[in-house]
Design a protein. Structure first.
Length: 366
């Protein structure tokens, strides 16, 4: 079967075989040499009508969060993790991707908090992220970026950008201007509905017991060429009780995670939800019905944690369009926008002096 080729808006309309480019780059140097978004990104437009560019987004993040050289412009605060995925083979009926054949695949990743300030104090209500890269260095890879939300809060790049600006804290209160957020929500009812849904599912205590969802839809492509719309999520296998009675300190969420991983391992089931023909695949603010078929494809195990530094996942882009053969993107406009902005952020921070990591795992006491 012919490999899928995608026409990416804003890159001159050129047809690029992403898988071929990925494999060629991966052969040069493994995980950290592969930044497909940075290679393909050429300053193109993200939004319709030429209104938004990756640079516009980076400037917006800086306007809202301040200047923090050397850090990601969003999800700036994080730690690096590693482990493996044990596939039980159940996903092979849906996709020919090698990772879903029975067997073990190495995984590297990063836990993070949303926002561009690496020095922000942890809060239980903060949006938590988990980025993972599945695959062997020098071979095919699959990268995912997930959140502990039931749905994404925006369904377009413009909506995300408008919400970013509306969330800028006021100097006197440290909180967003209520009138600005009211105006934003009036103009974006899809976000108002998504926020209401998120409030119905309050966050768990920490990183280790959170469910992380991909939120955007993709297609699994089987060996016969059948395409199935899917969304995926990581559901936690209950961890051991925390070593502390309550989270405390500016890095409370991260300290708790570090203690868990130093004392053992953490596991999540990789669940794939199969969409029906009526389910939206290009609007991440809409949840699919609870009665959709869910396939348990195996277990992700994380068993090590490290401080971010040169040479580990600090320098890894969790580009949602780095996909193996057997997984294809949907028409969700957020996917190409995220890919381009992630690449622009990578390019900018790689040219800046690296700041001291916000979380040093060696300083966490057991």
């Amino acid at each position: 079967m012919r490999r899928p080729r995608f026409r990416t808006p804003g890159w001159g309309g050129a047809l690029i075989d992403r898988r071929a480019a990925l494999l060629g780059l991966a052969a040069v140097g493994g995980f950290l040499a592969v930044d497909i978004g940075a290679v393909l990104y050429a300053g193109g437009w993200v939004g319709g009508g030429g209104r938004l560019t990756p640079q516009t987004f980076l400037d917006g993040f800086q306007q809202v969060n301040g200047t923090h050289p050397g850090f990601r412009k969003n999800h700036a605060k994080g730690v690096v993790v590693a482990g493996h995925f044990d596939s039980n083979g159940s996903g092979a009926e849906l996709t020919r991707a090698a990772i879903f054949q029975t067997g073990r695949t190495p995984v590297v990743g990063r836990f993070s908090l949303a926002g561009g300030n690496p020095n922000v104090s942890d809060a239980t209500a903060a949006v938590r992220g988990l980025g993972l890269a599945f695959g062997f260095p020098g071979g095919e890879q699959w990268r995912v970026a997930m959140l502990n939300l039931p749905v994404f809060l925006d369904n377009s790049p413009q909506g995300f950008f408008d919400r970013l600006l509306a969330s800028k804290p006021l100097p006197d209160t440290g909180k967003p201007d209520p009138s600005a957020m009211t105006r934003f929500l009036a103009a974006h009812p899809e976000t108002a509905r998504a926020m209401a849904l998120a409030k119905q599912q309050p966050p768990t205590r920490g990183f280790s017991d959170s469910c992380y969802r991909g939120l955007n839809a993709f297609y699994f492509v089987s060996a016969s060429g059948a395409r199935t719309p899917v969304r995926w999520a990581l559901a936690p296998v209950p961890p051991a009780p925390s070593a502390v009675a309550a989270l405390s300190g500016p890095n409370g969420l991260f300290d708790d995670l570090v203690r868990h991983l130093r004392s053992g391992r953490l596991q999540w089931k990789l669940l794939v939800t199969i969409g029906a023909p009526s389910d939206p695949v290009s609007d991440a603010t809409i949840a699919w019905p609870d009665d959709r078929r869910v396939v348990d494809t195996g277990t992700v195990t994380l068993d090590s944690v490290n401080t971010e530094r040169a040479g580990n996942a600090r320098d890894l882009n969790f580009d949602p369009l780095v996909l193996p053969d057997g997984i294809e993107p949907s028409a969700d406009p957020l996917l190409s926008a995220r890919s381009a902005v992630y690449a622009a952020s990578f390019r900018r921070r790689s040219g800046e002096p690296a700041g001291a990591p916000a979380v040093d795992v060696d300083e966490v006491s057991l």
